[in-house]
Every structure is written in structure tokens, then in C-alpha cells.
Design a protein around this ligand. Sequence first.
Ligand code: ISL
Length: 562
Amino acid sequence: MQDREWFKSAVVYQVYPRSFADSDGDGIGDLGGILAHLDHFEALGVDVVWLSPIYRSPQADNGYDISDYQDVDPLFGTLEQLDELIAGLHERGIKLVMDLVVNHTSDEHPWFVESRTSKDSPKRDWYVWRDGKDGAEPNNWGSFFSGSAWQRDEATDQYYLHLFDRKQPDLNWENEEVREAVHAMMRWWLDRGVDGFRMDVINFISKEQSFADAPPVAGQPYVNAFSMFADGPRIHEFLAEMHEQVFAGRDGAFLTVGEMPGVTTDEAIRYTDPERAEVDMVFQFEHVSIDQGPASKWDWIGVDRVALKRSLHRWQVALAERGWNSLYWDNHDQPRAVSRFGDDDPAYWAASAKALATILHCMRGTPYVYQGEELGMTNYPFRDASEHRDVEAVNHWKRVLAEGLDQQAALTGMAKVGRDNARTPVQWDAGPTAGFTTGEPWLPVNPNRSWLNAAAQVGVEGSVFEHHRALIRLRHEHEVIADGDFTAVMENDPDVWAYVRTLGAKRLLVVANCGRSPRELELGDGWAGTRLLLSNEPDRAERLGSGRLTLAGWESRVYLAE
Ligand code: ISL
């Protein structure tokens, strides 16, 4: 494998700092907390840590609203601590990737403060300002966080665009000075020692410049205007330019991952084709939209496992020759994987968390582990709207009340797919605050901390954590996992998830039973005698006797033929 493809055998761990570990007792996680747990990353064996935003921010969207790209918010600590983190990770052979949030800034960023002062401000054109139309917003684009994507500003009687919260105005990437400022900021971080960027909604930065209405939807004043800003006219130009201005000619093994809602396989290939030099890999959203009905993200319809499987497999096949994908079940925007795709009943919780991990980590692509996923953390038992802190859920609930929508359906949606499910504190031990803080946690700790926590798992044979550690080691050791071809097996079976990876004479078989009842499988003589690399269960035979095997409920196994 060429060195520039080091990330094919790498595993990334995402830290959402607010919820990881608190060192000063204010109930909010911080850099001191991360520094106190460096041994956790080392024990797991990950290659990269991706740190969600720690920059100065009014925290309207937990740091995804940045008011100074080149400083650490006092809530999280200091720049010196960030330097310590870079050094501490590097000493352990782990890279640090920062979150790059440049589709928008905070409305409190000095650029926007200046931009809004007058129509002839030198920074006016750094954001997207338009006149209203017939006394209303310039067009029908909706914000991801409810309502219009436009906010009227008193000072100049114009509207600014915000695809997310009104405190997150969109930058105008058509303006060359904006692009140069972003590139300079990125170079500043690389000079400081960071190893790359996870680029927030980066496929939204090139907007359709007509700013025309998106196709209307009956009964909705504001619509999801994806076609007007996702994968827009100049997006590939902007990303190629960014690569050229920031990374080209720099020594080192960097990582760039573009978070790209709505990206198609064809576009993903374009974004990640090494010859085009745009980004190394994408985060695509198809599989995490599978339980979403037509109305909105809150329209929860449950998971169709065959559809889920087909979706992930389709991406495996589409990017086989060119391009590279990220593999993830959850992150800070998604519900917990084991509750959504597995079975969080205590009887099946551990096995299903392990089976999901096996399925994901043995695919082609770079796996991401979201903090707590390595422990099998579950969704929070939300009962009430007031328990949600996330701006997305809070705005949604306001809309439900204002428009008289179905409250019960909204509460179900918020409990099932609300982002705070992933944002409850990491469960380090069984104590009252799960070892997260000595104070009052900003979001309640999941009550299952008493039995589901790191202290009960790290170094404990058979734990969900140790299963993740073993999978990460397998990727490091076996090139067939990093780079083999992918072939689906039994794709239409709703319970058995199976596939084969092939590289030269090596064949890797991954089988998982995604149901509670045992399942007998007939694999064929070709698999007889092959070596067991990993199982959910401790007592499985080292070699497969015949081509036939029985999997317990939610059991997964990995076999190698060589
Ligand atoms: O969370 C989502 C599902 O409801 C997505 O729409 C999400 O907003 C989208 O994935 C973009 O996410 C990123 O940008 C947002 C921020 O709130 C998310 O936390 C971030 O990951 C705006 O910066």
C-alpha cells in the first residue's frame, strides 16, 4: 500500500469535548478531561482522534458556531492545553484532526459583526445578504433547525442566509478573501501540529447563485432546498483550491474528511478520487436516513434491516475502484448505534453492540468510533420535551407547539433520533455522575451507568470495549481488511449480515446474526477448516469444521482463509 493511503488501515475516534470528561467541576467536558484519558485512546488502539469544536463560541450549537477560529473557548481550556493534547497524542503515535466549520461562523464572529454594520462594510460580501421579496424572505429555503433560512437584520433592512441556526450565518465562498482567510487559518493549525480536518457540511459551501426558490412542497412555507446548495456549481473547484493552498507540498500524513449530507456515490467518487486531490474520504448519510419518513428527520419509521444492508453494500461496491468512504454507525448528531440498529435490551445489548462493530469494522473504508460507542452506550430514556438541550430539538418542539402539530409523534421522534442521545456524558464508572464530573453534568447521565461503564469493561475479557480493541488490531494486521475487495452474501436475509473480503489468496468471511434466535448457516465446503479471527463468544472452535455453523442470537464471527 502506498503511504498516502495510510488511512485505509486506520481507525478514527471522535471526541465530543462537552460530553467526554470534565476536569474542573463545571459539569462541562474540557481539554483537561481529555488529557486525563489519553490512556483510553491508547488502550483502544486508535490511530486518529477527531476533536469536535473547542474554538471560541457562544455555544448556540455546542461549538459549531465559531466566533474565533484561532483560540480555544475558556469553557474548554486554553491553547496551551491544546498543544499539550497534540503532543500527548503524538507521543502515543495518534494523530489529531480538528473540526473545520467554515460553511458558517457565529453571528458573534468579528467578520459578521463588521459585515452587518452597513451595506458598504468591507466585510459585507463575506456573508450572503439579499433584499426581501414582497415584504418576506428572499426565497423559500428552510433552515435545518426549523423555520426560514433567512433572518432580517434591522441595521440595513436586508436578510442574511443561515442554513442552520440564525446564530450561524453562512459565509460567502464566492468571495476570494473569505477563501484566503479560511486557508490561512487552516495552515495556522497545521503549523501548530494538527494532522488534518473533519470538514463540517463542506459540500454546502457553493450555493446556486440565482438564490431562486427551491421546488415548493404543499403546505410548507419553507422547504429543504438541498438541490440549491448541496454539491453546488463550484464545490469541486473550492475543494481542489483548498487542497492546493493548504496541503500541497506539505510533508506529513494528513487526513481530510468531508462531511457531506446528501452526497451520492458518483459525487463521492469525484470528491475522493486521489487524482483530483480534493479530500481523502467523505461522510455520507444514506444509511443514517433509513429510519426517516418523508416528512422530516423527526418522522421516525424504524429500521428496515435489508434496506440498511443494501445501502451500505451499495457504497462498498460503488467505491470499489476509485474513491474512499468513512464507516460510521453514529456520531454526535445521531442516536446511539446499539439502540438504533442493534438491540439495547440488557440480554442482547453486549452481543448486538459487538455484532454491529464487527459488521462495520471489517468493511472497506475508514471506521470511526464515536465516544462511548466502544462501550456500547445506549440512547437516553427521554420522556419529556424539557429534557432536550439541543438547538435542533428545542426549535422543533417550539414549532410543534406553535403550529399545533402532533405532540406525541414529536416526542417519539425526539426520543428516537434526537441528537442529545449521543451527547449524554461518557460513562467512565458506576458513580452518580459516571466519573464524568465532580459537579452537575450539563446533560443527565444515562441511568444505566451503574452497569454500563468503562471501568467494568477496559481490560475485561469479552467486553464490548475489548471487542472494539480486537477489531482495530485486526484492521492493522490484515491488509485484506484494509484493502480487500467486497462481496455481499445472503443480501436479502433480514437477520444474517454476511460478506466476504478478498485480497490475492486471502479471503475474509464476516458473518453476523442480527436477531435474537440462533441461526444455522450453510457456507459451503470452501470455508471448511478456515481460521477463526474473532467471535463474540469466548469458546468458539479455532477452525471451522465444515461449511456449516450455528450463530447464537446477535453473534458475529470473522474467519480467514489463506
Ligand atoms: O444533525 C443532523 C440531522 O438532524 C444534520 O442535519 C446535521 O445538521 C448535519 O449533519 C450537519 O451537521 C454538522 O453541522 C451542523 C452541526 O449542528 C452538527 O453538529 C454538525 O455535525 C451545523 O454546523
